[in-house]
Design a protein around this ligand. Structure first.
Ligand code: GAL
Length: 674
């Protein structure tokens, strides 16, 4: 357990920005808001080590003692995401170099190269000192390593590290040349010294090189994390260690594979009002975190793992914004509570925020906080108090695992490979396609678990592959065996097209799954911006279309006009004891939702709460003893949902239905048998 029976509630706390009188007020306000956990010290390096080897831990001692006296636990951070100015001046070779060859200077945060030996040594030193000093502090509940690993570099340390990583992976240059197809454009290497990071270059870079560079950085950053984690574990073997993941296409971190190395998956999540509905972004972010946690738990090798906090797919929302002002989106009173509970519904062990108290200066001075510039006499702080009270009443849900009948394939490397510039369309990204499938499933009422190629699929009625571009032979066999053994799968366009080195699998797309799907795609037809292709089933396709030849599959929907008129757009194939669907275009939302609903029902899945009205999100968590139905009313009107049990939010007994106020939430401990 992270907190002995309480959900985590609090956020980043930066006492180093405030005089000591404010610390006492802070603890008092935290108690009022029923805060249980705060993250301390994330960017405090220069206040802990103001000059090389001169340490000033006394203020942190005092802060931890005050928090402990107030009954508040601490996620103690290592401050390595922001080395002090003296470090950068003393070690210019540890400053990062961009792809253009520009060396960056101190002045923000994350200005280091994680492959530079001096940086790594300094990070180990300060981490070791923190571990030693606070190992026995009673406030310590969790170690928070670094902040949002994700920076890359092209300096000579990075390049040397890249070559070393490539030698481990490929052993000899011939194999590397082959994997990267260096016969193209005269890129053949005859000496390891010629192999470089993908720096700024004249025209299109080598996609396999770019892909491996991201893989290398994921491993390099993971090594930096593991080094710190091991120091912390050595000092405190029973205190869980985590690092907060940052999400985004630019991040060269394979979060799922990292999950085996953290004791608790923790994400920072900042949905914005630009793009898909905020609630969809929350649901997807939360589900990804849960999928990574489940994947990690299976691959963790540490003894006694059953007791660790993330073992059953639970995870923690480590940061979100109490108010979206920072992203320049409108403030909506009341939304913070519902959104926080939406994360808890999907497995978060609580809700943590960036940040506790709004800064009065510095780069993020207008970022929102639970205690805003206006102080505690404010709407936002009153909502923070309300949320603390609610989370206190919901602690029992922590025992429940989210129920999901659908598995949604996700793979960091496929995402990176689909970012290459030489694809026939720049509209298709793995992450976007995952989001589109997730939205369609959510609208149809199905919960889903993101899975990685190779993960066990027992218990899932349906597997969905959205633009899972890369497939090595094991991935191809994973899908084939699943379907052959009776599984159902929906494969989307641009899945299984390339191998693990981003080289095309020949003979017709999608090379990895042709036999299972009973189709052979002869040609791609990317569509122009704004172009739509009508489908015979009444829907439309956008962005992408294909010439699909049947090779055993039956057509389910077809292109109704244009060069593909009359040719299959969606197909279904019986393979072994299972069924494999293929979708060759981005169908409109309703068509895709109906299609996934049909495929899920045919596979034996049912929606979480078939009677929930549109706009009410339903998620169920279940333990061996009980089940909890979260009902989140995202609409502006009251909604009635049939269910029975006890609503933990109001304490009321629910006989046959609960009425949710506009924007309201119910968490019903269901009557046995639900
Ligand atoms: C996070 C970061 C925080 C803060 C926040 C602002 O990504 O971890 O330190 O910068 O963003 O939204």
């Amino acid at each position: 357990m992270v907190l002995d029976g309480r959900l985590c509630y609090g956020g980043d706390y930066n006492p180093e920005q405030w005089p000591a009188e404010v610390w006492e007020q802070d603890v008092e306000l935290m108690r009022r808001a029923r805060v249980t956990l705060v993250t301390v010290g994330v960017f405090a390096w220069s206040r802990l080590e103001p000059a090389p080897g001169r340490y000033t831990f006394d203020w942190l001692d005092r802060v931890l003692d005050l928090l402990h006296a107030g009954g508040i636990r601490v996620a103690l951070a290592t401050p390595t995401a922001s080395p002090p100015p003296w470090f950068s001046l003393a070690h210019p070779d540890a400053l990062p170099v961009t792809a253009d060859g520009v060396r960056l200077h101190h002045g923000s945060r994350d200005t280091y190269c994680a492959a530079a030996p001096a940086y790594r040594a300094a990070a180990r030193r300060i981490t070791g000192l923190l571990a030693e000093r606070y190992a026995d502090h009673p406030a310590l509940a969790l170690w928070h390593v670094h902040n949002e690993y994700g920076t890359t570099c092209h300096c000579h340390h990075a390049e040397t590290g890249f070559r070393r990583w490539l030698r481990d992976r490929y052993r000899d240059l011939d194999t590397l040349n082959d994997a990267w197809t260096t016969s193209f454009w005269s890129q053949h290497h005859s000496d390891w010294a010629q192999v470089s990071t993908p720096r700024a270059t004249q025209y299109l870079p080598n996609p396999s090189q770019v892909l491996d560079f991201r893989r290398y950085w994921s491993d390099q950053l993971l090594a930096a994390y593991v080094e710190q984690r091991d120091l912390l574990r050595a000092a405190t073997p029973t205190v869980p260690v985590t690092t907060n993941y940052v999400l985004g296409d630019w991040v060269p971190v394979d979060h799922a594979r990292w999950a085996a190395e953290v004791d608790l998956v923790a994400i920072d999540h900042y949905p914005s009002d630009a793009g898909p509905a905020v609630e969809e972004q929350i649901a997807l972010g939360a589900d990804l975190a849960r999928g990574w946690a489940r994947h990690g738990a299976r691959h963790r090798v540490r003894a006694g793992d059953g007791d660790l906090p993330g073992t059953h797919g639970s995870w923690l929302l480590m940061e979100t914004a109490p108010n979206p002002t920072y992203t320049r989106t409108p403030t909506v009173p009341g939304r913070m509570v519902r959104h926080s509970l939406a994360y808890v519904a999907r497995g978060s062990r609580g809700a943590m925020f960036f940040q506790w108290r709004a800064s009065r200066g510095g780069a993020e001075l207008f970022h929102s906080a639970l205690v805003p510039h206006a102080g505690p006499d404010s709407r936002i702080f009153r909502e923070a108090v309300e949320l603390g009270g609610l989370l206190d009443r919901l602690a029992e849900v922590d025992a429940g695992v989210v129920e999901a009948p659908v598995a949604l394939a996700w793979d960091a490397a496929s995402g990176w490979a689909l970012q290459q510039r030489a694809l026939p369309s720049d509209r298709i990204h793995h992450h976007t396609e995952v989001a589109v499938a997730h939205r369609a499933l959510r609208r149809a009422g199905y919960a889903c678990d993101p899975v990685l190629p190779g993960d066990p699929l027992a218990g899932y009625a349906l597997l969905v592959l959205p633009a899972l571009y890369l497939a090595d032979d094991d991935t191809a066999a994973w899908v084939r065996d699943h379907v052959h053994g009776g599984g159902h799968v929906v494969v989307g366009y641009l899945s299984g097209v390339a191998d693990e080195h981003a080289r095309i699998r020949l003979g017709g797309y999608p090379g990895a799954y042709r036999d299972v799907l009973g189709v052979r795609v002869e040609e791609f037809h990317p569509l122009a911006d704004g172009e739509e292709v009508p489908l015979t089933g009444g829907g439309t396709g956008r962005f992408w279309a294909e010439t699909v030849r049947l090779a055993g599959a039956e057509p389910v929907d077809a292109y109704a006009a244009g060069v593909l008129a009359g040719q299959p757009a969606v197909t279904r194939h019986r393979y072994g004891d299972g069924v494999a669907w293929y979708v060759s275009t981005r169908a409109d939302e309703d068509t895709y939702r109906r299609l996934l609903d049909e495929a899920a029902r045919a596979a034996g899945a049912s929606p979480t709460c078939p009677d929930a009205p549109p706009g009410v999100e339903a998620v169920r968590r279940r333990s061996p003893e009980a089940s909890w139905l979260f009902l989140l009313n995202h609409t502006g009107a009251a909604q009635r949902v049939p269910t029975a049990g006890i609503d933990l939010i109001t304490g009321a007994v629910v006989e046959d239905a609960v009425t949710l106020p506009a924007g309201g939430v119910a968490v019903v401990r269901e009557r046995a048998g639900a």
